[in-house]
Design a protein around this ligand. Structure first.
Ligand code: 9D3
Length: 498
């Protein structure tokens, strides 16, 4: 990742970011930090870059021209995402950091004085971001905060690569307290339960501590957590048809956009929103997985495009609906699946044990699988049509620590994994290795990994794939009574074809 920081104080940026972990990452060329002195682009003899505001008022403004020229030189006219750090921006969050970590290159523009001439902002800025509701003296520290938060998400920057699929995101709860040696310090003993060696009790104690802490220090997060918990309980009355929603909520992937029974209505802020709600009486539950851009819909009747349109976030790329959706302009239905779930808590036995997590470095091993493999992956069935190639999707899954491989005679014999959104899938076993229980062991392995995280394994099986259904039934999975339709955004096709 290349960071270009446009500032009047480049030495402040370099002094703060070239040490410690980020210094190492820069040394290893994983990130690069280019601090650009805007003053270098002044055309005045005293290198002046500020002037009085039209209309009067206190203080000075940074002028448009030096900022524009600095930006132009740095980007060379390429369309690089450009962030203006400003108290008037949208709040910087972990979600935003994750999104920005996916860019190759970023420009961060730091303001000074009272701000920057609006006209240059209109021409170069793509995102306005604030780091919080307090007043600082300039944008340099916010830019450094962002570089730090974004960099640590780039593979190779931290020693231990936490991949997002492996990490459990209990976003809504604060962490529990930690203790290390000695057992007794200043007369304070380490809580008894942590010495017990009973993992279940330890986990229960930690959860309890997290809950108490969150309730006390972050009532906002606690309220969100409780709303999700309440909805999960409600959905569990018909678990087999709601498992994808329940898991998305309890794994911390999904937020609630709408629930009809007033468990929690996020968007009831204005009159307009109340109207929206009244117009959409037949939508029961609507969840959104913002990371993966997946919207989950469960409804009583057929959902009209208008109804859905009121709630569907603009960024939605996939819709998973347990109800027929009326013809959608922007989304195309491309697959009907059965949801299968495994609700037993016991892990499954394995016949083949040569199974491990794959990483992007293993991608070449997959090349010998041929066309049937990339076509057989149901989310990417129409990969060529939808632009996002199977290869890219597999790469993404590997990078997220969500793809496992089974080996036979030292060769990769097959793969299985976890899709965007958390469902199991991506199952493929190469022809010479079929009918030997290899696929079964592989799936069992993935089931065990999911169980270890305290989650419920479930998967989407394409309606015509009876082999997969049989295999999962053999492992103890059962099938939901309602099928789901998966829709994909049409614009994705267009965007990729241009
Ligand atoms: C008197 C008007 N001021 C607004 C309260 C103007 C002003 C104050 C402070 C303009 C810029 C700044 C400097 N701050 C930043 O550039 C900044 C910032 C911040 O102060 N708080 C949180 N996030 C950010 S991002 C950039």
């Amino acid at each position: 990742m290349k960071f270009h920081i446009l500032t009047l104080f480049p030495e402040m940026i370099l002094g703060g970011l070239n040490l410690s972990i980020l210094g190492k990452a820069a040394e290893n060329n994983i990130i690069s930090i280019n601090a650009v002195d805007i003053r270098e682009y002044s055309r005045e003899k005293h290198r002046k870059v500020d002037d009085y505001p039209y209309g009067g008022g206190a203080g000075m403004l940074m002028q448009a021209q030096p900022v524009y020229d600095a930006h132009r030189v740095v980007t060379g006219g390429r369309p690089v995402r450009t962030i203006y750090v400003t108290p008037q921006g949208e709040p910087f969050t972990q979600m935003k950091a994750e999104e920005l970590a996916g860019e190759e290159e970023l420009v961060l523009l730091c303001g000074h004085y009272e701000g920057i001439d609006e006209r240059v902002l209109e021409e170069i800025v793509t995102d306005y971001i604030s780091i919080g509701d307090y007043v600082l003296t300039g944008g340099e520290l916010p830019a450094m905060v962002m570089v730090d938060a974004i960099s640590r998400l780039i593979p190779g920057v931290l020693g231990n690569d936490i991949s997002s699929e492996e990490e459990s995101f209990h976003n809504d709860l604060l962490e529990y307290p930690h203790y290390s040696r000695p057992e007794c310090w200043h007369g304070k003993k380490v809580p008894e339960v942590l010495l017990s060696g009973n993992h279940r009790k330890v986990a229960a104690w930690r959860l309890e501590q997290s809950l108490r802490r969150t309730e006390e220090r972050r009532p906002d997060l606690y309220a969100r957590y409780q709303a999700k918990e309440a909805l999960v309980r409600q959905l569990s009355r018909e678990k087999r048809n709601h498992i994808h929603m329940m898991e998305s909520l309890s794994r911390g992937y999904a937020e609630i956009l709408y629930v009809s029974q007033a468990v929690y209505i996020k968007s009831l802020k204005s009159e307009k929103d109340i109207k929206k709600r009244e117009q959409s009486e037949n939508i029961e539950v609507l969840l959104y997985d913002r990371r993966n851009k997946i919207c989950m819909v469960s409804a009583r009747d057929i959902v009209s495009e208008e109804d859905l349109g009121h709630f569907l976030p603009e960024s939605t790329e996939y819709i998973i609906s347990s109800q027929t959706l009326a013809e959608q302009k922007q989304y195309q239905r491309y697959l009907t699946c059965s949801i299968m779930l495994y609700t037993q808590k016991v892990s499954l036995p394995l016949k083949y044990k040569e199974i491990r997590l794959l990483s992007p470095a293993d991608l070449p091993l997959l090349e010998c699988f041929g066309a049937e493999f990339s076509c057989g992956i149901h989310w990417e069935k129409q990969s060529n049509v939808h632009g996002e190639s199977a290869g890219n999707y597999i790469w993404d899954r590997m990078e997220k620590g969500a793809l496992y491989g089974v080996f036979a005679e030292g060769k990769l014999a097959g793969v299985a994994g976890i899709h965007k959104g958390g469902g199991m899938g991506l199952l493929y076993v190469d022809t010479p290795y079929r009918r030997q229980g290899i696929a079964m062991s592989l799936v069992a392995y993935v089931v065990n990994r999911i169980l270890e995280k305290g989650w419920t394994p479930y998967g989407y099986v394409p309606a015509e794939n009876t082999a997969a259904e049989k295999l999962l039934e053999g492992l103890g999975f059962y099938t939901a009574s309602k099928k789901v339709d998966i829709y994909i955004k049409l614009q994705k096709i267009l965007a990729n074809e241009i």
